[in-house]
Design a protein around this ligand. Structure first.
Ligand code: UDP
Length: 444
């Protein structure tokens, strides 16, 4: 078998970051843009601050986009032409991966050999591209899944569509090929090993962070003025892409229970829903509006479009409680950002939310999705707001994007060193031996 060039060990000079299906330049909170976009932006900035250049490849979704955009010093976004600019859904992107990969390889081929030291792919679609780039460039493939189909399918919300088999197979392939898998939490690492057969030695836990300068406690009264909420209101906040997985309906039902139990609350209660439709939840906003009307709570619920980060921080500061009732989250950055602003969180005890929120210290974790339990949890938070607010700030303070970036640099370095130490034969493809179909000759 041909030997491959040894990768450069030590701290990389340049990383090719792959984000096929969503751009770091998109506003999170709608469509396919969410925590992964924030992760890539924040981690890339920190890597650049450590002297590592980051090129982020993402699919061009409009003819207006320049091919190359400097996102911040040392971080470049490269728009790749792969399929029609508009109108392609995420489920149609597997057919564009060859075009995307070709564009990435051609871009690299314009530079001196060994231009990229590492390829870091985000989400399985990018992992498919990264897998080939890894083999062509002889550099380690670092992969962050962000969400896993098998995990998502185990916790489907009513009305949500299961993730297709093609994604499951694609994820299995990427898990088998990656030199390092980056998991957000211990639980995600265990899921990668248990459900996908990942090698534990190549599976690392790197918690995401939160920008503590941007998401910081502030004057609640001023925040309420800024977003137009009454000073004496009791504000419950939902932030996120509107989709069945995120279960904003659970919060609405919980609000209705709070009003049933204490009708006097109606003059003060405000439920703020920040975000826009996404994926299989495209129909959700209309359903949510119908639900609000059916529950008779239209007078207390306000919908806000996706908010840029500084404005979002005002929403967190204005809230008494942020509620994250998701059926699954690989982490749940919203929970961390709210706590960094000093707002306790009521969250479902699922996935990464069990790490993002400390039950009884920074908020309350709720088993299951019974709205009554969320109403009870909200009341429990409101009975000790100062204590939980202090706990929330302390807990959020344990996370930082600088720590995430340091851990990524260490992962890049160790993967490259391992590659340099071990002779790297080109791996055989993961197909069985060629077998003739009846009546068909196999050429040898
Ligand atoms: N977000 C935002 N504006 C919005 C709603 C959300 O900037 O109006 C951001 C939010 O700050 C967070 C991310 O989107 O960083 C959502 O990440 P999370 O992990 O909570 O959920 P995901 O989108 O990954 O499912």
């Amino acid at each position: 078998m041909p030997a491959r060039r040894s990768p450069r060990s030590g701290t990389p000079r340049r990383v090719a970051t792959l984000s096929v299906h969503t751009s770091p330049l998109d506003q999170p909170g709608a469509g396919d843009a969410g925590g992964m976009n924030v992760y890539i932006v924040e981690a890339s900035r920190r890597l650049a601050a450590r002297g590592i250049e980051v090129d982020i490849f993402t699919r061009a979704t409009s003819s207006d986009l320049p091919p190359v955009v400097e996102m911040s010093p040392g971080v470049t976004v490269r728009h790749v032409s792969a399929g029609p600019f508009e109108g392609l859904g995420k489920e149609e992107l597997p057919a564009q991966l060859c075009a995307f990969t070709a564009a990435v390889l051609r871009e690299e081929a314009q530079h001196e050999p060994g231009y990229y030291d590492v390829v870091h792919s985000h989400y399985w679609l990018s992992g498919q591209v990264g897998w080939l780039a890894r083999d062509r460039w002889s550099v380690p493939l670092i992969h962050t899944a962000h969400t896993l189909a098998k995990v998502k399918n185990e916790a489907l919300a009513v009305g949500d569509r299961p993730e297709p088999r093609a994604r499951v197979i694609g994820e299995e392939q990427v898990v088998a090929e990656a030199d390092r898998l980056i998991a957000n939490t211990d639980e995600e690492a265990r899921q990668l090993v248990r459900l996908y057969g990942a090698d534990p030695a190549r599976t690392l836990v790197v918690p995401p962070g939160v920008d503590l300068d941007r998401f910081s406690p502030g004057d609640r009264a001023a925040a309420r003025r800024a977003i137009g909420a009454p000073a004496d209101a009791l504000v419950l906040l939902f932030v996120g892409r509107i989709q069945p997985l995120k279960a904003p309906d659970v919060l609405l039902h919980a609000a209705a229970h709070l009003l049933d139990d204490d009708p006097g609350l109606r003059s003060r209660l405000r439920v703020h829903v920040v975000g826009a439709p996404s994926g299989s939840g495209l129909e959700a906003p209309e359903q949510l509006h119908k639900l609000v009307a059916a529950l008779g709570i239209a007078d207390v619920v306000t919908f806000f479009p996706p908010q840029p980060p500084d404005r979002l921080a005002e929403h967190y500061r204005a809230a008494d409680v942020t509620v994250v009732p998701s059926h699954n989250e690989s982490f749940g950055l919203v929970a961390l950002e709210a706590q960094a602003c000093g707002t306790p969180v009521v969250a479902a005890a699922v996935g990464g939310l069990r790490t993002a929120v400390r039950d009884g210290v920074s908020g309350v974790l709720v088993d299951g999705h019974d709205p009554r339990d969320y109403a009870t949890a909200v009341r429990s938070v409101l009975s000790r707001p100062e204590l939980l607010s202090a706990g929330a700030r302390r807990h959020a303070g344990l996370f930082s994007w600088d720590r995430t970036a340091d851990a990524l640099v260490a992962a890049y370095g160790s993967a490259a060193e391992e590659m340099a130490r071990t002779p790297q034969p080109v791996r055989p493809l993961a197909f069985g031996p060629l077998r003739a179909l009846p009546g068909v000759q196999v050429a040898r």
